[in-house]
Design a protein around this ligand. Structure first.
Ligand SMILES: [Cu+2]
Length: 611
């Protein structure tokens, strides 16, 4: 009989930890490789009412989702909604009412816990022009909060369709790239190869205006939704198309890195998933990036010559971002199947779930020669794969015990870890508008439950509402009887869209369990470069790999990011609001699909009445 590693490893490590534990202070400096094996749960329950193109967990009980303006069944203010709040315990939804079209926007939290959604799409139907949209949301528990927009005063410098964003060490957000108008793919005629900050900064001589990025020129055409990860030195890892770099935003310096191996393109419409692997005391908070999936097809041909049947890439590539790691280059592994727009979701036990996506084709809809319905992709990957970054090479991927879904999660689907440890999957809509064709507009929610959900769970109380850098706090814990030690993992659950998870991050904290196992002394991250100030979900994880519920706190002081009024004034004085939108002039120019059916007149932006 052959025992699989996933069965063997936890028992083996568990016994090591038990042997090591007696008589020693139960420090959590080690990264546990233990995890719970067994059968996963999968339930389909609840519907989202708007298609979940973008998903973000905003509190212990709420998620919000954004869609594009389309004929969704959920109504608000007499029109079809394109945003909604999900109540996770009851799996019900409440419509939200943004002013502008959130189609292919990005999202990040500020350091004070306010969520911002930025960029978007021109006017469609009831939705005003969102290309320069900047929408704010303060989470609430009482069903009264909504998206706040003031399109004349709070907006981006410039049009951004398919941008990315990242929360920085000062609690502000950087927004990078995108197109000035939409289409299947970026191109020189529509590129916005710049970045900006919210709130605007006077930095590098640009005083609130957008700052050029040569990387976003050099990575044309396939560079929509570049992957961004804030590194423990404060710089930002950025990858797009076949290239990677580190951006020092304080000096506007780009340091190029080895390109993505084997010619794989990794950003939309050749969307891979990317993740910053857990930062732990055991790895000395050394950053390592993993990028999975993508495609090797050309980004220069007319998309009608591409096929929904072309296999995507099965490559996962890892790069350690130290001098030695960069010199050693990308390490390539192979997933059990090829995947396009795969989601990489960090689990509380330090593993990564690969979920959603398709085996063949590319992102988007209405473009390739042999569309399925309107989908540019086919052959959905219905069974998730879990990846253990600490297992020996060759033994890291497993679908043992994971049920297959019956619901394809194609383009415009999303996934996120939730506070209680389940993984929420929603969305899929490779269509211009609501459609029942294959592949339809999908509203059904699914929840995957890893085997740890069925074990006795640790619980804790005493988490402060804010936890400042370098400070310590004590949790009162109740551990399962078999647990001998714990670690504390704080997770930024991130913002999911198009296979990209903005800001997703797992940082393991220094923590010491009292001899009676009832209190846990925890030390916050050292600074905002290890964990940018803002929301975190705190999971106490046993040596057997069983996490607690992830209660929410704010890392840092909870203060608003720095506001430079002169930079704001300069931005407003020297940029205009949403301008006339030309049809995409990218080469090749899309004549159908995403971006081909939008209003192109100048749209006066409505001002939201002030309360
Ligand atoms: Cu999109």
């Amino acid at each position: 009989m052959k025992l699989s590693v996933s069965l063997l490893a936890p028992t083996f490590l568990f016994s090591l930890l038990v042997l090591a534990a007696p008589g020693l202070p139960r420090s959590s400096g080690l990264t546990p490789r233990a995890f719970v094996s067994g059968t996963w749960g999968l339930v389909q329950e609840g519907t989202t009412g708007v298609s979940a193109q973008q998903m973000v967990i905003v509190s212990e009980t709420k998620a919000i989702i954004f869609d594009k303006v389309e004929r969704n069944p959920l109504m608000v203010n007499g029109h079809a909604a394109w945003a909604a709040e999900i109540d996770l315990p009851s799996r019900t939804v409440r419509p939200l009412n943004p002013i502008t079209n959130t189609w292919c926007a990005t999202g990040s939290f500020l350091g004070n816990g306010t969520f911002i959604n930025s960029g978007g799409n021109p006017m469609v139907g009831a939705g005003a022009n969102g290309l320069q949209g900047l929408r704010m949301f303060n989470p609430c528990d009482d069903g009264t909060c909504d998206i706040m927009e003031n399109t004349r005063r709070i907006r981006l410098t410039s049009n951004r369709w398919y941008p990315s964003s990242a929360r920085l060490e000062d609690g502000s957000v950087m927004i990078l790239g995108g197109s000035v108008s939409g289409g299947f793919i970026n191109g020189a005629g529509v590129n916005n190869p710049t970045y900006e900050f919210f709130p605007p900064k006077n930095i590098n001589g640009f005083n609130g205006l957008r700052i050029p990025s040569q990387f976003m020129v050099d990575t044309l055409n396939g560079n929509h939704f570049p992957n961004m990860h804030v590194l423990p030195d404060g710089r930002i890892f950025v990858s797009a198309n076949q290239q990677a770099m580190i951006l020092d935003w304080k000096t506007n310096t780009e340091t190029r890195l080895p390109g993505i191996p084997n010619g794989v393109r990794i950003s939309s419409p050749f969307s891979a998933g990317a993740v910053l692997l857990p930062l732990t005391p055991a790895n000395n908070f050394t950053p390592e990036i993993m990028i999975c999936g993508g495609s090797t097809v050309s980004d220069r041909v007319n998309p009608s010559t591409l096929s929904s049947q072309t296999p995507a890439s099965d490559q996962c590539a890892r790069l350690v971002l130290t001098t030695a790691g960069i010199a050693a280059g990308w390490k390539v592994e192979r997933m059990p199947q090829t995947r396009i727009f795969v989601e990489l979701v960090l689990l509380p036990d330090g593993r990564v779930l690969l979920v959603n996506g398709a085996r063949t084709g590319v992102a988007g809809y209405g473009n390739v020669g042999d569309q399925i319905g309107q989908s540019n992709a086919d052959n959905p990957t219905l069974t998730p794969v879990v990846y253990d970054p600490n297992a020996p090479a060759g033994q890291r991927f497993s679908s043992d015990g994971i049920p297959a879904s019956t619901i394809p999660r194609m383009y415009h689907s999303t996934s996120s870890l939730t506070p209680n440890g389940t993984i929420l999957v929603a969305g899929s809509n490779p269509n211009d508008d609501f459609s029942t064709a294959k592949y339809p507009t999908e509203y059904r929610m699914e929840f995957f439950s890893p085997p740890y959900m069925f074990r006795p769970r640790p619980t804790y109380t005493g988490l402060p509402a804010t936890v400042n850098f370098g400070t310590s706090f004590t949790l009162n814990v109740v551990l399962p009887s078999t647990a001998t030690s714990v670690v504390v993992n704080i997770i930024d659950l991130g913002f999911a869209t198009h296979g990209v998870h903005m800001d997703q991050r797992l940082v393991q904290l220094q923590a010491t369990l009292s001899p009676d196992r009832r209190s846990l002394r925890v030390t916050a991250p050292a600074n905002g470069r290890i964990y940018p100030p803002g929301p975190a979900f705190v999971y106490v994880v046993t040596n057997e790999g069983v996490p607690s519920f992830g209660h929410k706190t704010i890392i840092g002081t909870g203060a608003s990011p720095p506001v430079n009024q002169a930079a704001i004034n300069n931005m407003l004085a020297n940029t205009s609001g949403p301008a006339a939108v030309a049809k995409a002039q990218a080469v090749p120019s899309p004549t159908s699909g995403e971006g081909s059916h939008v209003a192109s007149e100048v749209i006066p932006a409505p001002e939201q009445p002030t309360a």
